[in-house]
Design a protein around this ligand. Structure first.
Ligand SMILES: [Zn+2]
Length: 1058
């Protein structure tokens, strides 16, 4: 029996228990060192393991390919041994492990202990069974829980080891570019008897230590935990397993003392954040999914109460095609409610940069996949790790059947701590969703007492929300939960002094939060992340590819829809479009479109946009465009084999370059109706009999150039800077007095750590204007339909820029076509326009709308937004006048005071040392306007800049007359998307998506010239609204919008003409 109680010293008691479980100290006699013989392979006694023996035969082969199992096992395996090196980075080493379990181990739990660098996957009987990674604390595979007398004791396993770590293969630091020479080593491969009783005691003692430390000396329960642990040490003799149950009973008594009714409840959900590509290529992610998920399934088998949340349809689709056996087991566990698909999106996309339509498609592709594969859609949007959240997300979630949202990244805010963990989020249109941030500020918990206590203490909504999420499992590079994490959490299920811990699903968590939500606060507008603001600019080519491919898919869908409606023979390319959309959505993953990936991923992403193969979005999309155009005008008589197409929902009169035989181009002023086409204008109208004033171009003797089209007058100084921009009718000057616009500026751009991600506030203090050489400005196009001037600018000894400043007849904005040869390190290039406008707010376009952000730094919340994101335009307006800055592929921006600034190029070196090095082409445009930007047509101008008129080859003859499919009576309403419905019996239904873009309540008419027999309102997933039948009269529909509302319509087409 233990000695009589004595007065105990807190620290010595605590450290005594710590030493009893230490892996470093006193392992000759403590519980952690409890073991059989010394392991020569590991060079130390093996914690938790008793008797061990080597595997019978070990052989291996190396390959640079990621082979399927069936192919790999056919290869020529050579003898291998523990200590062997293999590699280099991104290769794969397959090991064949032939083993025989000693007969003497009957009745024992036997593991294959495997320690190697890299990420391993165990295959047994042709199926993956478990992942093995040191970093993910998975270094043993349970061969048997209890070896039976008649169990087979010999078997052959394969271990597929990928030559990369959980977080890639960064040279020297995690986010450094991968080390291509890195070698990997096998340091342990043996069979051993596992002492589960020791393991459970260690779990208990560590939890008790955690409680003692976490609750601290002011807390009585802390002492109870400490004294329980101390007493366990007293009664437990590591060399005598028969003493363990007594110690275990002491722990059970402590953990069985329950808390009160008001206890906070923690919903512990297993999770494994797998970045779809980041510090490793897409192809490795496929294997990461298999390794991580098969491990999770194995834990589900052993722990029927274990629930695992898994997001990203794309990853499931990969596993479905690459690991069908594993996938069918995933579906089984999904039926049991243990494997829980969440999120509803194709990938966990970036929350800022994708267009509104692309965000809708994330859900459309995702939810349809989840419905088809798992029988139901997701009810929670899941985006733990992204770099900000658009104010339109609540409305998009609503339209996709989702009212709940889980994320945690806002805990990374550098300046302001977000005031809530559980709250209602109200979007731009007023849609509300319930949002929860796990208060432990992590999606990769380990199940420690410290984390559990942090979850309670850190909760910013104490008294309002009594439930919290607790996502446990190694993440980012995969890995997922371990049995030890589960052992900890199960032990903490209901213990006085701690929150209740329940293994739970996101659905259970949100249901609990919803049922008690009256006290929750509401946050209105965007959730801006005060960090990673460089991701709006990094990897400009990816951003450009994204914007351009969003346009191509828009145009293909519109033209294919029109062709479907007008031609009985036309087959809508639904499967091809789904494939191309999925490629685009894949690239919108939160480490790809953001530019925070390694070079290998950036190159793959660029191939998805344009690979000079027919499978990429650009070339495949262009083929589909031509096919649709051909079908659209087949049978109509006309003069030339060319069709001018306007894919925007308003009439456009623009100058365009028409291809001439021999590859040349000629300029023409064309008029094309809304979402329709026009024939090529006859050559006579190319003569300067213009309805508007032609463009005048004048170069002064000092070298400056003036461009004037009667709407705006642009004056450039001899170095290409903008000295004046006047609205001709009013004589109003848009450039600030004494200032110049189109001023390029360079900043030093050295963040604290996250190179590709972060631009810090202090970069603003290093501003250096790039000054050009007088005399470099020259007239380009001499006027008439178009006038232009161009110049060269040496940015630095290594980088240069050339720009053509272009003004067209009738055009309300001046364009700046820019080419940059960029070879910099840690520099940031922007262009500035000081405006003769004073306003405390600037307006920025976002998905399906716009929002205001301050132009001053009054509060910490204001100055933390020194670099923000926008889509196609930003505007600074005072009453009656404003200046808008448009762009065709940029996202980073800011307005400070009256200076509009567009972020052009960065030069980070990690994780991709080559990021942004090379040639870039982009266009921005400046549009001074009177009145509001809404009334002045800034939104339409930005669309026009991004959706040029198309000159498509038509089978001769092309139509002789113009034709418009759709038009909208109000300029406030944008008809954004026209596509075939995802599912309709005859596939003869279209979906139209419109949104209110001005921020106003508006009624409007939608005019149709397609043979429509029925029109029904539907949601973003194209599910008809039972009360949404619309009356079609005189080929028009009346629609009513509230500010920034997105509406979708299903149009059932009449049967095709025969
Ligand atoms: Zn991530």
């Amino acid at each position: 029996m233990a000695a009589a109680p004595a007065l105990k010293h807190w620290r010595t008691t605590l450290e005594r228990v710590e030493k009893f479980v230490s892996p470093l100290y006193f392992t000759d006699c403590n519980l952690r060192g409890r073991c059989g013989p010394w392991s020569p392979a590991a060079g130390r006694p093996q914690p938790l393991f008793g008797a061990s023996c080597p595997v019978a035969v070990l052989s291996s082969f190396l390959t640079p390919e990621r082979l399927p199992y069936q192919e790999a096992v056919q290869r020529d395996f050579r003898p291998a041994q523990v200590g062997d090196s293999f590699g280099p980075t991104w290769w794969t080493c397959w090991f064949r492990v032939e083993l025989t379990i000693p007969e003497a181990w009957v009745g024992q739990e036997v593991h294959l202990c495997w320690e190697s660098d890299g990420e391993g996957l165990v295959w047994r009987d042709g199926e993956p069974v478990q992942g093995l990674t040191k970093e993910g604390e998975k270094t043993s595979y349970v061969l048997t829980d209890r070896l039976g007398e008649r169990d087979p004791r010999s078997l052959t396993l394969y271990v597929e080891v990928a030559c990369n770590g959980l977080l890639g293969a960064g040279k020297g630091s995690m986010i450094a570019a991968p080390d291509p020479e890195k070698m990997f080593q096998l340091s342990r491969a043996e069979l051993a008897v596992f002492h589960r009783d020791v393991h459970m005691l260690l779990v208990d003692l560590e939890l008790l230590l955690g409680i003692a430390k976490g609750l601290g000396k002011d807390n009585q329960r802390s002492f109870q935990a400490l004294y329980t642990a101390n007493q366990m040490v007293n009664v437990c003799d590591p060399a005598q397993p028969e003493t363990f149950p007594v110690a275990q009973a002491l722990a059970s008594r402590f953990f069985g003392q329950h808390g009160g009714e008001s206890q906070h409840t923690i919903h512990a959900t297993g999770h494994c954040h797998i970045d779809t590509a980041w510090l490793w290529p897409f192809k490795e992610t496929v294997r990461k999914c298999a390794r991580s998920w098969v491990t999770a399934l194995q834990l589900m088998e052993r722990n029927p109460e274990f629930i695992f949340a898994c997001s990203q349809a794309q990853q499931l689709e990969w596993v479905k095609s690459r690991y069908p056996g594993l996938y069918s087991r995933i579906q089984e566990f999904a039926c049991r409610g243990q494997f829980v698909p969440v999120g509803g999106t194709w990938v966990e996309m970036d929350g800022n940069l994708p267009s509104g339509e692309a965000m809708v498609r994330q859900f459309l592709q995702g939810q349809n996949f989840f419905l088809q594969e798992f029988g139901k859609m997701c009810s929670e949007f899941w985006l733990p790790d992204t770099f900000g959240y658009s104010a339109q997300l609540p409305q998009i979630m609503h339209g996709c059947g989702i009212r709940r949202f889980l994320t945690q990244k806002l805990s990374w805010n550098l300046v302001n701590s977000f005031p809530h963990h559980t709250f209602f989020w109200e979007g731009l249109d007023g849609s509300r969703v319930l949002v929860h941030f796990p208060p432990g500020d992590s999606y990769g918990m380990q199940g420690s007492v410290e984390e559990v206590l942090k979850t309670v203490a850190n909760n910013r909504d104490k008294g309002r929300a009594n439930h919290s999420a607790f996502l446990f499992g190694f993440g980012d590079g995969g890995g997922g939960p371990t049995q030890t994490m589960l052992d900890r959490l199960k032990r903490l299920s209901n213990t006085d002094g701690l929150p209740r811990v329940q293994l739970s699903s996101p659905r259970q968590l949100f249901s609990a939060l919803e049922s008690d939500s009256e006290q929750l606060c509401t946050w209105v507008g965007e959730l801006f992340l005060e960090l990673h603001n460089g991701t709006y600019t990094t990897h400009a080519q990816i951003k450009k590819g994204n914007r351009e491919c969003e346009r191509i898919l828009h145009d293909v869908e519109l033209l294919s829809s029109l062709a479907l409606a007008r031609s009985a023979q036309f087959l809508y390319p639904a499967a091809q479009l789904q494939h191309l959309w999925r490629l685009l959505l894949l690239n919108q993953f939160h480490d790809v479109v953001t530019g925070s990936c390694i070079q290998m991923v950036a190159e793959e992403a660029m191939c998805h946009y344009e690979a000079s193969l027919s499978s990429d979005i650009r070339s495949h999309g262009n083929t589909l465009l031509s096919a649709a155009a051909a079908a659209l005008c087949a049978g109509e008589p006309g003069p030339e084999g060319l069709l001018i197409v306007n894919t925007l929902p308003w009439k456009r009169i623009e100058v365009m370059a028409l291809p001439k035989p021999g590859g040349a181009h000629s300029l023409a002023l064309v008029t094309v109706p809304s979402m329709g086409y026009a024939p090529v204008p006859p050559p006579t109208s190319l003569q300067p009999l213009l309805p508007q004033q032609p463009v005048f171009v004048v170069q002064e003797t000092d070298g400056s150039v003036t461009l004037d089209n009667g709407i705006i007058r642009v004056k450039l100084d001899p170095t290409g800077r903008l000295t004046s921009l006047v609205l001709v009718a009013s004589g109003r000057e848009a450039i600030a007095e004494g200032a110049v616009g189109n001023q390029f500026v360079l900043f030093d751009d050295v963040p604290l750590y996250w190179d590709a991600w972060d631009v810090m506030d202090y970069h603003l203090e290093t501003r250096k204007p790039v000054l050009g050489q007088a005399g470099t400005l020259a007239v380009g196009t001499e006027g008439g339909l178009r006038g232009s001037a161009w110049f060269l600018l040496q940015i630095s000894p290594n980088s240069r820029l050339s720009q053509e400043v272009v003004l067209d007849v009738g055009c309300p904005y001046v364009r700046f076509h820019t080419e940059v040869h960029w070879h910099e390190a840690h520099k940031f290039l922007k262009v500035e326009f000081p405006a003769r406008v004073r306003s405390s707010q600037a307006t920025y376009e976002i998905q399906f709308g716009h929002l205001q952000r301050p132009t001053h730094y009054n509060t910490s919340w204001d100055w933390a937004r020194f670099e923000v994101w926008a889509h196609r335009w930003m505007d600074l307006s005072e009453h009656g006048f404003g200046l808008a800055l448009l762009n065709d592929c940029k996202y980073g921006a800011s307005v400070r005071g009256s200076i509009l600034s567009l972020s052009l190029l960065r030069a980070p070196k990690a994780p991709d040392a080559t990021a942004d090095t090379g040639r870039h082409e982009f266009t921005y445009a400046l549009m001074p306007h009177k009145g509001s930007f809404q009334d002045a047509g800034v939104i339409q101008a930005a669309y026009s800049l991004n959706f040029p008129l198309l000159a498509l080859p038509a089978p001769s003859p092309a139509p002789a007359t113009s034709w418009s499919a759709f038009s909208v009576s109000s300029p406030a309403v944008v008809l954004e998307t026209v596509k075939q419905a995802e599912s309709s019996p005859q596939r003869r239904s279209l979906v139209l998506r419109l949104y209110e873009a001005h921020g106003s309540h508006v009624d409007c008419w939608l005019h149709l010239s397609l043979p429509v027999q029925e029109a029904i309102l539907c949601d973003l997933l194209e599910r008809p609204d039972p009360a949404g039948h619309l009356t079609l009269r005189d080929n028009r529909l009346k629609l009513t919008f509230s500010p920034f509302q997105v509406l979708s319509l299903l149009l059932v087409l009449q049967p095709p003409p025969h």
